[in-house]
Design a binder for this molecule. Structure first.
Ligand code: NAD
Length: 244
């Protein structure tokens, strides 16, 4: 049986590129999505072009019961999960004076609790197999902080602490847990920024451009591969040198 990767929030953006990249490596893919739409069908079709299976599993990562159900669906279909990529995430940017309690809580619930929910349901299967890779998508703002993103930065910093603690817990079972911290990546999440804001951001990046979803997917591919078998508990920035 081939290897299996589960990627959350993978109908578009970074998650979709990760799914395609791992499909090219021969993984059977399970993509999690929240709502059925055209993006989902497109992502599935692009993944299947690589002659691998693609299972789509519905569920909100912030809902523990949903994650339990969709992880079971993946196990029932494929028998294992070798690689888990916790990618699903949201932003609700606002200065703290305007930020409502709900804006804070919902971002933490999707980004951080969502990462816990899926991981908690996947780890027992990896433990039984005595191997696995967990790759959590954090952000450079989880390290540097960013005005207007107290909720998002806290969730992404939380993911880093979660990653390091879990890496220590499960290393003896040969489960490797790492985080990837993207900088500014061109996706729908950042398309809300005005062009002049984007240009200003790019000016301050040593490599003078925003990143692509593929830049992030390349690092995830490495962390999923045998080439990274002595790396755990690390955070790898993919940010064009923005944060050093
Ligand atoms: P995106 O908005 O294009 O994609 C996010 C995906 O997550 C979507 O498919 C969405 O449907 C899904 N999602 C959201 N809430 C969900 C939920 N509750 N349950 C299941 N799925 C859910 O964003 P992106 O730019 O591709 O971001 C992907 C990840 O990378 C996120 O964790 C984001 O925080 C992180 N990131 C992005 C950037 C960037 O510049 N784009 C920078 C740093 C980190």
């Amino acid at each position: 049986m081939g290897k299996v990767a589960l990627i959350t929030g993978a109908t578009r953006g970074i998650g979709k590129q990760i799914a395609i990249k791992l499909a090219k490596e021969g993984y059977d893919i399970a993509i999690n999505y929240r709502r059925e739409n055209e993006e989902l069908a497109n992502a599935k079709a692009e993944i299947e072009k690589n002659n691998v299976k693609c299972l789509t599993v519905q569920g909100d990562v912030s809902n523990f019961e949903d994650t339990k159900r969709f992880v079971d669906e993946v196990i029932n279909e494929f028998g294992a999960i070798d690689v888990l990529v916790n990618n699903a995430g949201i932003t609700k940017d606002m200065l703290i004076l305007r930020m409502q309690k709900e804006d804070f809580e919902s971002v933490i619930k999707v980004n951080l609790t969502g990462t816990f929910n899926v991981t908690k349901n996947v780890v027992p299967y990896m433990m039984k197999k005595r191997c696995g890779r967990i790759i959590n998508i954090s952000s450079v703002v989880g390290i540097s902080g960013n005005a207007g993103q107290t909720n998002y930065s806290a969730s992404k910093a939380g993911i880093i602490g979660f990653t390091k603690s879990l890496a220590k817990e499960v290393a003896s079972r040969n489960i490797l847990v790492n985080a990837v911290a993207p900088g500014f990546i061109e996706t729908d999440m950042t398309s809300v920024l005005k062009d002049d804001v984007k240009a200003e951001i790019a000016k301050n990046i040593p490599l003078k451009r925003m990143g692509t979803a593929e830049d992030v997917a390349n690092v995830v591919k490495f962390l999923a591969s045998e080439d990274s078998s002595y790396i755990t508990g690390q955070v790898i920035n993919v940010d064009g040198g923005m944060l050093m």
